[in-house]
Design a binder for this molecule. Structure first.
Ligand SMILES: [Zn+2]
Ligand SMILES: [Zn+2]
Length: 349
């Protein structure tokens, strides 16, 4: 049997490989944060032990005597050493699989993902883990788009921290080539349509996603002006989750704005409309995707992943794009990294 390895191909202890996979699948399933954290904490507890002790405890079924190790974690670890069934992980694999229907052809042509978060802001894992997961999904690149400073709750990046992140990305790119992490940011669109990072910084980034995260129910006239001002900024490449609707457990009404005007501006200023693939967002709604298509807008199918397992959500967006009849050429992340960077910088001053 091959030895278990992590996403980077390095050999890891069986308990760690099994727990890593469990965490990945729970994230893929948008499982409650507390549940994911329990597994992350359990993994950290076992990391403190000698791997032979973990195996001995798995054999003797005494893992749950350790504080912080519950039945589920114990079951996964025992299964990893062949001292119990692997049913917990097997069932999770099956139950969390992300379906792919109509969008299979588009999915096969996606080269990367333009919206992702890491522990630099409110993501659950570091950029390297995100990049390795993106690579494992067949992507050639991943754009790191952590939040900007205004979103303090998400530990948004100041210009100084953004500079540190860009340096880390350069170092990681040397290790991961030919895979590429592209620099970027999910910059907040302020109340009046200005952006939460000066143009001099935005200009230096490969890809810029601009999104609204507060005052989402501003009056429609103000919201229209706000979005038009943001998407007409030459440094903005993608308009993130444009309506901010939420459709799952805690639904949220979409923002109201004149979509004709906003999408006309996106088409004119070459700002792509994001098809945000998060299951609770699925933003924009179908009618607005159709309208953006009529205006000849470009699209970007983005996971907005906050953890490696969530990168798989692009399948949802591929299905929606195919159902709407969006031609592959209009989807910017079907382009190579070089072409994407060129496209994004074509209209930057
Ligand atoms: Zn966002
Ligand atoms: Zn985001």
């Amino acid at each position: 049997m091959p030895k278990p390895t992590d996403a980077g191909g390095l050999e890891v202890a069986p308990y760690r490989a099994a727990l890593n996979r469990t965490i990945y699948l729970l994230d893929r399933d948008l499982a409650p944060v507390q549940k994911v954290r329990a597994f992350v904490k359990g993994r950290a507890i076992l990391d403190q032990l000698d791997p032979s002790e973990v195996e001995d405890r798995a054999r003797a079924n005494t893992l749950t005597q350790l504080e912080g190790i519950g039945q589920s974690i114990s079951a996964v670890v025992r299964g990893a050493y062949g001292h119990g069934p692997t049913s917990y992980l097997d069932q999770l694999e099956e139950a969390t699989e992300i379906p792919l229907g109509l969008g299979a052809e588009i999915r096969a042509q996606l080269r990367g993902d333009c919206h992702s978060h890491s522990t630099w802001s409110d993501g659950g894992d570091d950029i390297e883990a995100m990049a390795l997961a993106a690579k494992a999904l067949g992507h050639d690149y991943l754009v790191a788009t952590d939040h900007s400073a205004r979103l303090t709750i998400a530990h948004g990046l100041s210009p100084e921290r953004l500079g540190q992140q860009v340096a880390e990305i350069a170092e990681l790119n040397r290790q991961l080539a030919p895979f590429q992490i592209l620099t970027g940011m999910e910059v907040d669109i302020l109340e009046d349509g200005r952006l939460d990072l000066p143009d001099d910084f935005l200009r230096l980034l490969d890809v810029v996603v601009a999104s609204v995260h507060y005052k989402i129910h501003q009056n429609p006239t103000q919201m229209t002006k706000r979005l038009v001002r943001a998407v007409s900024n030459p440094n903005v490449d993608i308009l993130g989750h444009c309506t901010n609707r939420k459709i799952l457990s805690k639904p949220r009404k979409p923002s109201q704005f004149d979509a004709e005007v906003v999408f006309a501006a996106c088409a004119k200023f070459n700002t792509a409309i994001e098809i945000n693939c998060r299951p609770e967002r699925q933003d924009p709604p179908d009618d607005l995707i159709g309208l953006a298509l009529e205006w000849g807008c470009r699209f970007s199918i983005d996971s907005d992943a906050h953890a490696p397992g969530q990168l798989e959500w692009v399948n949802y967006g591929c299905d929606r794009a195919a159902a709407a009849g969006i031609p592959v050429e209009q989807i910017i992340n079907t382009r190579s990294a070089d072409d994407l960077i060129e496209l994004c910088n074509a209209d930057s001053p």
